[in-house]
Design a protein around this ligand. Structure first.
Ligand code: AMP
Length: 209
């Protein structure tokens, strides 16, 4: 099954995608994570992406579409994918529909004020990508429960102007995705005011229905 997770930054897309990936045995593909890995490893793609990411701007479509489509064409994604952070606009949506159409789009709904609070308290593991925040604290402060590596803040979560810019961009672009997936009858909306396990149960139900 081909699944797309939609939601404002901080809505829990990364956390729920990882849980769904384990349960369904299909890969979690986060374009943001792929860019962060490339930045960490100082690849040419990372150097290009960094110019945009640090300021909360979107990476150009030509770069992100090629990267995302080549990832979903890998053998491990032949049974399906869970995309997180892609598509983000109408051009990306069209490219994805052309190559591997979406079966289910899950919209995790969260208001901006709560999203900003969550981004301010979010940390992630530099090694395995596990995410910590309001709903999940590490057992040992600043150390990942899963692999023992150091937890770090995302650079674009520290900068209030970059956060606001990402929220504005999200609201500008999301309407196209929501209207298209609604028309296609694959959109399911989930309110994210429960705990991680309650939201996960709703995601699974949304995939079945
Ligand atoms: P995320 O982890 O999804 O919040 O993504 C972090 C950053 O990576 C975003 O603020 C963008 O700069 C960039 N990015 C990730 N996915 C996309 C995309 N689909 N289109 C353009 N830029 C993206």
């Amino acid at each position: 099954m081909n699944i797309v997770m939609i939601g404002v930054q901080g809505a829990g897309k990364g956390t729920q995608s990882k849980m769904l990936s384990e349960k369904l045995g299909i890969p979690h593909i986060s374009t943001g994570d792929i860019f962060r890995d490339n930045i960490k490893n100082q690849t040419p793609l990372g150097k290009e992406a960094r110019k945009y990411i640090d300021h909360g701007a979107l990476v150009p479509d030509a770069v992100v579409i090629n990267m995302a489509l080549s990832r979903i064409n890998q053998p491990d994604a032949q049974k399906g994918y869970i995309l997180d952070g892609f598509p983000r606009n109408g051009v990306q949506l069209a490219a994805l529909e052309f190559v591997k159409p979406v079966d289910r789009a899950i919209l995790l709904e969260l208001d901006d004020a709560t999203a900003i609070q969550r981004l301010n308290s979010r940390t992630l593991c530099d090694t395995c990508g596990a995410i910590y925040g309001a709903n999940r604290s590490p057992k040992i402060s600043d150390v990942c429960d899963e692999c023992g590596s150091a937890l770090v803040e995302r650079k674009d979560d520290k900068d209030a102007a970059a956060i606001q810019k990402r929220l504005n961009l999200y609201h500008q672009e999301i309407d196209t995705l929501v209207r298209y997936y609604e028309w296609k009858s694959v959109l399911r909306r989930i309110l994210t005011n429960g705990n991680v396990d309650e939201i996960f149960a709703l995601c699974l139900k949304a995939i079945e229905q």
